[in-house]
Design a protein around this ligand. Structure first.
Ligand SMILES: Cc1cc2nc3c(=O)[nH]c(=O)nc-3n(C[C@H](O)[C@H](O)[C@H](O)COP(=O)(O)OP(=O)(O)OC[C@H]3O[C@@H](n4cnc5c(N)ncnc54)[C@H](O)[C@@H]3O)c2cc1C
Length: 503
């Protein structure tokens, strides 16, 4: 076992929330911190990879929520870093729906199907909401009657529209805070340095770096946290390689999927209210598969960036995007799979996935299109440091769930996109959650310092009475006392001491 490293705060995870939390702490004078990151890089789910001659985003691709009254802080960071972006308009996708014989559905048919699907989804949500809040007097029986009246999507076009509505556009609680507060526009990052560049720029402000590389010894990569031993006195963190770290506090910014897995053992175990809340949050798996071609055979031009494949199996290679707007001449297509389909392709070889994707493309564009020369299939589900792509709270969910996930547990503070009440699932959600968690921790540190000072005075009074040194000022006395070796436990159990940790 390596020697024990001690510090004030350990931040577990160097994704956007871990980095933004650490930055706030460092700026507020808590420089005695360590960041433990399981992988060999910072960025987490903001991750680029070189593919087919350009840089593609395996995780977050868009800055979502731009053009509103308030400015999205991640958009601000992107602008300051000079990140290249291009406007994306999903809404056109519904007018480019192909059937299995390669025929485009007439736009009237597509628009009609779309309108019907939106109306019934809204009706269902309203009823669920009324049911949930007990208002409107709608009981479970009425809800099931309503479900019968709103038939399930059955035809390929209905299934395709259902997929884009529920796995993309309406996968969130309405009204969507991101669009309401920051605007409805979305910009795709198309920059060789990747979306992750904004994280490097953020990290550089408080971690020592040179020539674009972070060299600060407080950032420790390849450190997989496996155990958190927490008590009212402090926290001991053990990593997979046998290192031990001790700190007064921990900010845990790992994903909700990791919290749901058994990667990290808590001693003592997390209480029921915490584990139950963690289990209640759904995890979305969202997989962008990249395909490189020798030349393009798909339509380009205005309104053609996205297209849909209507198949009798819901979500089967449904949602496509070409990358000509982002990287003209790159000849790359992206197809997005979710949940069950994502897990299915992660479990098979890339060759099999390529064969399926080519079958779908030949259905849409004919037998003569060229084979893809390369494929990239990210695995967010089987990555034990992620276990999914992002949190997806049920459309109708109790705010207490997110509050309990976020609530600190003694000296452990929770962060990450899943702890953001308004912006969960987004990069800006992770960024703002990091700031929020760091602020809460700073407040707790301030209170703890106050409690300590009070306790020291409390302990000092009898001493002063004994020695008769009543001329000593309180400040002098307290600083003198700092040199005494008084066990911490004494403060913590004294009557003015820190309240019992909430365990
Ligand atoms: C495919 C995909 C597409 C997305 N698209 C968008 C988009 O277009 N726009 C958008 O705004 N958002 C998008 N998101 C969501 C966005 O990427 C996330 O919300 C955000 O990046 C989460 O940041 P985070 O810091 O909360 O978590 P993470 O980035 O997951 O950071 C947590 C870190 O903890 C580390 N870690 C895990 N376990 C341990 C351990 N035991 N010990 C030490 N370290 C550990 C991980 O390696 C990781 O680096 C997408 C995500 C995915 C996966």
């Amino acid at each position: 076992m390596d020697s024990i490293t001690r510090c004030s705060v350990i931040v577990v995870g160097a994704g956007v929330s871990g980095i933004s939390a650490a930055k706030v702490l460092a700026e507020k004078g808590v420089e005695d911190l360590v960041i433990l990151e399981a992988s060999d890089r910072i960025g987490g789910r903001v991750r680029k990879e070189d593919f087919g001659g350009v840089s593609v985003e395996l995780g977050a691709g868009w800055v979502a929520g731009v053009g509103g009254k308030e400015s999205n802080p991640v958009w601000e960071l992107a602008r300051k870093s000079g990140l290249r972006t291009c406007f994306s308009d999903y809404s056109n996708a519904r007018y480019n729906i192909y059937d299995r014989s390669g025929k485009l559905f007439p736009s009237g048919v597509a628009a009609d199907s779309y309108k019907k699907a939106v109306e019934s989804a809204i009706q269902m949500i309203r009823h669920q909401e009324a049911n949930h809040h007990g208002g409107g007097g709608i009981g479970g029986a009425d809800l099931s009657k309503l479900s019968e009246q709103l038939p399930d999507p059955k035809t390929p076009i209905e299934l395709a529209i259902d997929f884009i509505l529920h796995d993309f556009e309406m996968a969130e609680v309405e009204p969507i805070s991101t669009f309401l507060e920051f605007g409805e526009r979305e910009y795709l990052v198309a920059d060789e340095r990747g979306y992750e560049y904004i994280l490097y720029k953020m990290a550089e402000t408080f971690l020592f770096s040179s020539e674009g590389k972070i060299l600060d010894s407080r950032l420790k990569l390849n450190k997989v946290v496996r155990e958190l031993q927490h008590s009212r006195n402090g926290i001991m963190v053990k990593t997979e390689d046998g290192c031990v770290y001790e700190a007064d506090y921990v900010i845990l910014s790992v994903s909700i999927g990791v919290l749901q897995s058994d990667l990290i053992t808590f001693r003592p175990p997390l209480p029921r209210w915490k584990t139950e809340a963690i289990e209640k949050c759904d995890v979305m798996v969202y997989t962008k598969i990249f395909l490189k071609f020798p030349y393009k055979f798909w339509p380009c031009g205005p309104g053609k960036e996205f297209f849909i494949y209507a198949h009798e199996r819901r979500g089967y290679f449904t949602f496509w995007q070409h990358m000509e707007n982002a990287y003209p001449g790159s000849n790359i297509l992206v197809v997005t799979l979710t949940n069950g389909e994502s897990k299915r392709v992660e479990a098979q070889s890339d060759e099999e996935t390529l064969k399926e994707a080519m079958g779908v493309l030949r259905d849409m564009f004919g037998p003569d299109i060229p084979n893809a020369t390369d494929i990239l299939v990210p695995c967010w589900w089987n990555n034990r440091f992620q276990r999914g792509s992002y949190s997806n709270y049920p459309i109708i969910s109790n705010p207490q769930v997110v509050n309990n996930i976020k609530a600190p547990l003694g000296r452990i503070f929770f962060s990450g996109e899943h702890t953001s009440e308004k912006f969960s699932g987004y990069v800006h959600g992770g960024y703002l959650a990091g700031i929020d968690t760091a602020d809460s921790l700073l407040e707790e540190m301030r209170k703890e310092a106050e409690r300590k000072a009070e306790n020291q005075t409390f302990m000092l009074e009898p001493l002063l009475a004994l020695t008769g040194s009543l001329t000593l000022s309180q400040t002098d006395a307290v600083s003198a006392l700092n040199t005494f070796d008084i066990p911490r436990q004494l403060f913590l159990t004294s009557k003015l001491g820190m309240p019992e940790a909430i365990l």
